[in-house]
Design a protein around this ligand. Sequence first.
Ligand SMILES: Cc1cc2nc3c(=O)[nH]c(=O)nc-3n(C[C@H](O)[C@H](O)[C@H](O)COP(=O)(O)O)c2cc1C
Length: 218
Amino acid sequence: MVKLLGICGSPRKAATEYILTEALQAAAEIEGVTTQLLTLRGKKINFCLHCDRCVKNELDYCPTFDDDMRPVYQTFYEADAYLLASPVYNMGASGQIVTFLNRFRPTYTILKKDPNYFSRKVGGAIAIGGTRNGGQETALNVLLGFYYTHGILVVSGGLGIYHGAAIWSQDRKVEGAREDVTGVANARTIARRVAEAAIMLKSGKGLLNHETETIARR
Ligand SMILES: Cc1cc2nc3c(=O)[nH]c(=O)nc-3n(C[C@H](O)[C@H](O)[C@H](O)COP(=O)(O)O)c2cc1C
């Protein structure tokens, strides 16, 4: 089984959560896929202070704040695949999801021990804007940056969907998002591609007869 974790970066139950739920349902139709939706709605997540206590103490969680991030770390580390979904805020991703992603500074501890820890996990991205061309693509790039910095393999949406699914909600929550039939279909497509890539990667892992190069060059 592969575990696909969908993370919803909207502070409300509206377009983003609807689209992500649709996408996860599409992925769950594939045999061997389990899905989980993690919403940031209502969660108290502090900003990363870059105190580096996690790094200095070699912890895989943040010891500075006992906030709603605490139980999330393990869930995140155990997943095989990710779908990051964010509303478009000022042509970027939401503050909620950016704050959440910044709190993964402790992954440095994991990557120090095993530089390939995330390299056989995959991720895709979804952005929902109130305007048709309101910055979905720039928001998607913010989300993909997290994958790149962790060595998580980025799954493209394929022909016409490129670096992620872009949805136009017309600022009308679920109702508006549902009317973007193409956007909904693209979100379902990228979710299925992410799930399929995760299955192939997990099942093909045993075929490697060498250790992946682990030396990081900066
Ligand atoms: C602070 C803020 C900034 C926003 N900036 C943009 C923007 O730059 N481009 C855009 O298309 N929509 C923008 N929107 C609209 C939301 O992206 C849109 O309504 C989206 O569907 C909200 O997702 P939700 O329904 O899941 O909350 C903004 C909304 C807020 C609250």
